[in-house]
Design a protein around this ligand. Sequence first.
Ligand code: NAD
Ligand code: UGA
Length: 464
Amino acid sequence: MKITIIGTGYVGLVTGACLAELGNDVFCLDLDEKKVAVLNSGGIPIHEPGLAEIVSRNRAIGRLKFSTDIAASVAHGQIQFIAVGTPPDEDGSADLQYVLAAARNIGKYMTDFKVIVDKSTVPVGTADRVSGAIRTELAARLPPSQASDALADEAPQFSVVSNPEFLKEGAAVEDFMRPDRIVIGCDEGGNGPIARALMTQLYAPFNRNHERTYWMDVRSAEFTKYAANAMLATRISFMNELANLADKVGADIEAVRHGIGSDPRIGHSFLYAGCGYGGSCFPKDVQALERTARSYDQELLILRAVEQVNNNQKHVMGNKIVERFGADLSGKHFALWGLAFKPNTDDMREASSRVLLAELLGRGASVAVHDPVAMSEARRVLDLDFSKTPELLERLRFCDSQMDALQDADALAIVTEWKTYRSPDFNEVRTFLKAPVIFDGRNLYEPAVMNEIGFEYYGIGRSV
Ligand code: NAD
Ligand code: UGA
């Protein structure tokens, strides 16, 4: 099938590459010329396991193209995926300017039937706004006398569908290729049935062994995406709050996690306490859902708490370090392992490491950092974070190896659970560090074992 993907970020690039891999003819549009140039020169702008191979294979055989040409992108696909960013606006609501701009471009250039798929995470009601934007552009193309009456008959037809994405960064290709569900919101009337038939054909390869598609109305599909992310964020904040209490009462949150997760009604996933959730989605989507509720005069009290707990949790590591070393950290030197918001990605958006670094550098400490893939993205992001206090960055050192970062540090702090940090040679770690002290923000190690081999060890909720 001929597919257009608008926006070649994490979601757009993965969607485009994976749909090409399944045999579709995919045209990816992005307005960022640099990104398109990188992709057209055989590079890939993000770190995502397995993605580079799929992009390069499909580009080579001409099934995957990248361009900044809007008119060509609209002409190409019968199905047009909108996969542009929906960042938080100043008030926390989702900023729809990129989605609506993409919709207007479709309306400006389309000449035949199109299914427009909202892949971006968008508030309930956005599909109606996308339809409205397209309709306005179509009307503007007709002579004024015909604009309103003739639109239904003369103008090209379309249908807007909601198909939210549930992939996780770091496992995006695997998640896209083996989805646990495909949610599609589609109108029952008008052009809805034609859109449904085309979407069924597109997703048929995913439904071969068993049906994974959940068909519903458009608004419910839009809502499902926020409900899923809000539920996952709630589980994490709940566990983080319990972990902080476990620290006080002398319980082990890891034992508690096993104890409750074994109840199938609760399940084991997404119950890991840590130094807070980050990334481009949970923080913004929790806020956006709160804003949606407020615009209907409803307060989502649980989500307000989820957000607040998470903001506090990003300071938990800093608080533990201050408790151990005092509020004035000048002259102290720390090693930090992990900068990305989670392993297997170079994404630094809302990463907990940024909060910890601001705290340590702000209190006068020097810090040596290591991350297996996020170093150059971290340099870019931290330059912006510290643009008003660049002198603090003079006390930050980027290290090529995780062991090098440990040299003469008063303690090691771990923020991201990369595999390479899971079982280091602890003798070596002890030798490099000035003192054998570890603050583990992802509960990678067993406290009893660490104490036995001579480390002063601080986890999250593990003060048994
Ligand atoms: P991103 O910021 O990585 O990429 C968005 C891309 O869209 C950018 O390259 C930008 O240049 C491009 N763009 C903006 N306006 C455009 C336009 N009018 N025409 C063409 N290109 C345009 O964003 P992302 O992380 O891929 O997220 C996209 C959407 O998917 C968001 O709504 C997000 O919430 C949702 N989502 C993201 C993930 C994830 O893991 N990142 C997972 C599920 C859903
Ligand atoms: C999340 C969802 O998991 C995806 O289903 C969704 O599609 C995506 O958001 C989105 O809408 O963009 P992602 O943000 O890529 O995916 O990564 P997650 O694995 O969910 O991790 C998010 C954050 O939560 C990370 O900082 C991670 O460290 C933290 N986390 C996760 C915990 O603190 N504890 C856990 O048990 C799980």
